[in-house]
Design a protein around this ligand. Structure first.
Ligand code: GTP
Length: 181
């Protein structure tokens, strides 16, 4: 079993990356969160799989691109966040983020996370749902998709649990970068 899991959270600006991490550790939502949180280290006694977990926040600003790529390369699993109320952020997951991970030669599982379902309303028309399956079919490294709300503290612990589980109990063979070069 892997002794530690490094989770790196990526995605477009303002989708709620920092808020998801902050909400996980404080179990409450704050409107104002610093742009990039320091790495959160969780000891094995309190993680579901009893492993050390590090959660790394990233910046989407162009000046931080080098740092972002460095963090992506060190990840055991990526949490790729989009905003369910902004269709373009999901489009960018498949047109930019997932191809970028492949370009960087990263072959780790990805958890695709739709945040801010409080804006759309839980139980309302799942207008982006039909767009997810083609993404999962094309990018087999997407292990699981989950919707959540940092604001309503809904599905937050679950999404970080799925990220740990994707590393510790992988379900499917991952995309092999070497097969496609
Ligand atoms: P950058 O660091 O700029 O890339 O942003 P980020 O992805 O870290 O997003 P951040 O956590 O700073 O959140 C952006 C805005 O969305 C803030 O105003 C948050 O309060 C808000 N926000 C985050 N999560 C939610 C959510 O679940 N629901 C709603 N309604 N707003 C949210």
């Amino acid at each position: 079993m892997k002794p530690s899991v490094r989770i790196v959270v990526v995605g477009d600006p303002k989708v709620g990356k920092s808020s998801l991490i902050k909400t996980l550790i404080s179990e409450s939502f704050e409107d104002e969160v610093q742009p990039v949180l320091p790495t959160v280290v969780i000891p094995p006694e309190v993680t579901p799989e009893r492993v050390h977990v590090s959660i790394v926040d990233t910046s989407s600003s162009p000046e931080e691109r080098h740092k972002l790529e460095e963090e992506i390369r060190k990840a055991d699993v990526l949490v790729l966040v989009y905003d369910v109320s902004k269709r373009e952020t999901l489009d960018r997951a498949s047109s930019y983020w997932l191809p970028t991970l492949r370009r960087l030669g990263v072959s780790v599982p990805v958890v695709l996370v739709g945040n801010k379902i409080d804006v759309r309303g839980i139980g309302a028309d799942h207008s982006l749902e039909h767009l997810i399956k083609p993404i999962m079919d094309e990018f087999r490294e997407v292990d699981v998709c989950i919707e959540c709300s940092a604001k309503q503290v809904f599905n937050i612990a679950e999404l970080f649990y799925y990220a740990q589980k994707a590393v510790i109990h992988p379900t499917a063979p991952l995309y092999d970068v070497n097969e496609h070069t």
